[in-house]
Design a protein around this ligand. Structure first.
Ligand code: AMP
Ligand code: GLY
Length: 418
């Protein structure tokens, strides 16, 4: 039996914990806040920051670690663990740069699969900003800081930036913070998520997922960590053609190769590609060095192959092919009222009624004397599974209705999808 250290405490890590314990591993969870769902599955838990290797639990006896969030990857927790003889599912710091640094990511894609990049420029001055404005038009620009921003640093002209002055002020401020800023052409189309297991050389992709990032119905309101997602029983999405999928796979394989070439290290773990299906084919919005949240719940809840076997095969560099059940999944995120905003309803009790048919994944909640409370972030991922999207959707929404308190959810996740 493998002894596994799981680092992280969101709903994504709850889904990872669930897949690992289904594969009969002995699970130890290292969390910065106690996640009641993960704690219930783990043999033991430690609570401490995830960002400092000195705060990890004693490492003796662990066969490997699974690192859920990007934070610990960005500070080199995988490097430390490897030095201590514990291999990680999650890339070392140099390779995790594909998520951490948007400029690094664009440069890697430029070498590996130029066609998947939008027009972009990495600029260091107002001159550079104005040069790019002339090239693509100011109203076609997306500004991205060169670091982890939790999805909140990206500003799009027409949505977050409303004039040339505003755009130049924001981009200049970011040059002040990081020395550079990334400017990109605004991509138009529908997004899709391609998650893959990577053993350094080979990649195996998981069912495609559509993620809903906006706070309110009809994709209105600010971006959030995500309000829900779906995947279909055929593991594809209606608007993604076989050619698009082949192309996305090719891009990801080339990127893994290019990372190796550039860093001389193997990328091992999860590579998440967020693509935009445009009228010029799939283009990369960004790469992440981890599972998506909620996308992890969509795919891991239908994983038939042992997660332990997959992890061991990644470590050995002999990736096995994962099998997923032919089921549709719909995930609805229950969030505190006011999320994402300053008036978010924190520390409010949530009642979870009896008879919930969906799988519940705990996100950012805490428990006191059996009572679950909200925090300032998303509360619970509610995942329905079924033969079709409509079946999965009914289970997810019937269950989400049974979660009451100062919470809300979007009502249009996977609406009108067949
Ligand atoms: P990111 O932090 O890169 O995921 O960006 C957050 C969101 O901004 C993405 O989910 C997209 O919806 C949007 N976005 C990022 N880059 C672009 C782009 N080049 N064109 C259009 N939208 C983008
Ligand atoms: N669902 C988007 C992300 O995990 O980054």
């Amino acid at each position: 039996m493998s002894k596994v250290l799981l680092i992280g405490n969101g709903a994504r890590e709850h889904a990872i914990a669930s897949a690992l314990t289904r594969a009969d591993v002995e699970l130890h969870a290292h969390m910065d806040k106690l996640n009641p769902g993960i704690a219930a599955l783990a043999t033991s838990t430690t609570i401490n920051t995830l960002m400092d290797y000195r705060k990890l639990p004693p490492l003796s006896g662990f066969d490997y670690a699974v690192i859920g969030p990007e934070g610990p990857l960005s500070v080199g927790i995988a490097d430390y663990l490897e030095g201590q003889g514990v291999p990680s599912i999650g890339p070392i710091q140099r390779c995790a740069k594909i998520e951490v640094s948007k400029s690094f990511a664009r440069e890697i894609i430029q070498k590996a699969a130029k066609r998947a990049n939008p027009e972009f420029a990495i600029v260091r001055s107002l001159d550079g900003i104005q040069h790019f404005e002339e090239k693509v038009g100011v109203d076609n620009i997306v500004v991205k800081p060169d670091g982890l921003t939790g999805g909140k640093g990206v500003k799009i002209f027409g949505e977050h930036l409303h004039s040339r002055e505003e755009l130049e002020a924001y981009a200049t401020e970011e040059i002040g913070n990081h020395g550079i800023v990334i400017l990109e052409e605004k991509l138009v189309g529908t997004e899709f998520t391609v998650q893959s297991f990577v053993d350094g050389k080979n990649i195996e992709i998981m069912p495609l997922v559509r993620d809903y990032k906006r706070a309110y119905d009809n994709d209105e309101g600010p971006n959030t960590g995500s309000m829900g997602s779906y995947s279909r029983s055929d593991h594809n999405l209606a608007y993604v053609s076989d050619n698009d999928l082949e192309e996305a796979k090719k891009v990801m394989t080339s990127v893994v190769k290019e990372i190796k070439k550039r860093t001389r290290y193997d990328y091992k773990g999860i590579l998440y590609g967020q693509f935009m299906k445009t009228n010029k084919g799939p283009k990369v919005i960004e790469f992440n060095a981890r599972f998506g949240d909620p996308e992890a719940m969509n795919v891991l809840s239908i994983l038939d192959t042992s997660m332990d076997d997959i992890c061991l095969s990644i470590i050995d560099g002999k990736l096995i092919k994962p099998e997923f059940r032919e089921q549709a999944t719909v995930c609805v995120y229950v969030v505190p009222e006011g999320y994402p905003g300053k008036s978010v309803q924190k520390d409010k009790p949530i009642t979870i009624e009896e008879g919930i048919q969906a799988e519940l994944y705990y996100a950012s909640v805490y428990q006191k004397d059996e009572q679950v409370f909200t925090t300032g972030s998303r509360s619970l991922g509610v995942l329905g599974k079924g033969a079709s999207i409509s079946e999965a959707r009914k289970i997810a929404y019937d269950s989400a209705q049974k979660i009451t308190g100062a919470v809300r959810f979007r009502s249009d996740i996977a609406k009108d999808i067949t």
